[in-house]
Design a protein. Structure first.
Length: 278
């Protein structure tokens, strides 16, 4: 219960809009949302899926552009996209689930679990990593995917003392993923599949890899001077627990409803029960 005030609600659709009012006619809402998206589509700045839901009801769901331009395969509601940094919320939920199960505490020092971390990390807690307040620099460690995977630490000075400032960092969430593996005894991929995706029926979500054959995977593109171009394709595993998951808008809605509906974490169940009582 002590963590309730520290974890704000997160909007979890791949491309979301806040619905300020609910027009009486469904077509009016659809027209409004189409008016927002269409300029980006017309300017060849956006291809993908848009879903808007309220209280479990899907108000708008539409696909734009191609999942594969070279084969003229259009996007659909089940197209699987690399969700990049949205991966971090699943990593955070995994840490909180391990805390729920008594496997760790978010106030614990990181070095209690990762003993190879350098002296400069002595005061960094798991909570610091979760909230981007650790002070570690981007080159303070390097994740090396493989069998087994490795986290190679560099004894770099902190850019600020833990908890004193805020600085967004992918590395912090990569460290959290590595910690999840060490504490759970499972790979990060297996942990999120068995403990997050399967319980919520998220059958179109997983760990992105260019080696793995992933049905209905979207190719990556970005706007070029003459239209859409193939995006660079670095090793997707490097993003690991900070940015290597894929999902669909339909699965992300299942995630939103399952997580905040109290199907995963006990303190959200308690919060919901308290709200009902009030």
């Amino acid at each position: 219960m002590t963590r309730l005030a520290k974890w704000p609600r997160i909007v979890l659709t791949a491309f979301a809009f806040a619905v300020v009012s609910h027009p009486s006619h469904p077509q009016a809402l659809s027209d409004r949302l189409e008016h927002v998206v269409k300029p980006y589509v017309d300017a060849q700045m956006f291809m993908g899926n848009v879903m808007v839901a309220k209280n479990g009801e899907v108000l708008f769901s539409k696909s734009y552009g191609m999942a594969d331009l070279e084969w003229s395969v259009p996007n659909s509601s089940t197209t699987r996209f690399n969700i990049a940094s949205m991966t971090k919320q699943f990593t955070a939920a995994s840490i909180l689930l391990l805390e729920d199960r008594g496997k760790l505490k978010t106030d614990d020092l990181v070095k209690a679990y990762l003993v190879d971390a350098p002296p400069s990390w002595d005061k960094i807690t798991i909570y610091n990593l979760l909230t981007h307040t650790s002070g570690i620099s981007a080159d303070a460690a390097k994740y090396e995917p493989g069998t087994p995977d490795k986290l190679v630490f560099n004894d770099k000075p902190l850019i600020f003392q833990p908890g004193q400032q805020w600085a967004y960092t992918n590395l912090g969430y990569i460290v959290l993923g590595y910690l999840i593996e060490r504490v759970s005894g499972q790979t990060y991929e297996d942990f999120v599949q068995k403990n997050l995706f399967k319980p919520l029926g998220m059958n179109d979500s997983g760990l992105f890899s260019f080696v793995t054959v992933i049905p209905q995977r979207a190719s990556g593109y970005w706007p070029g001077s003459n239209g859409m171009e193939n995006a660079d394709r670095p090793d997707a595993r490097i993003g690991f627990s900070a940015g290597s998951l894929y999902s669909t808008t339909e699965d992300l809605l299942r995630w939103e409803e399952g997580l905040f509906g109290g199907r995963l974490l006990s303190w959200i169940v308690a919060k919901n029960d308290h709200a009902v009582q009030e």
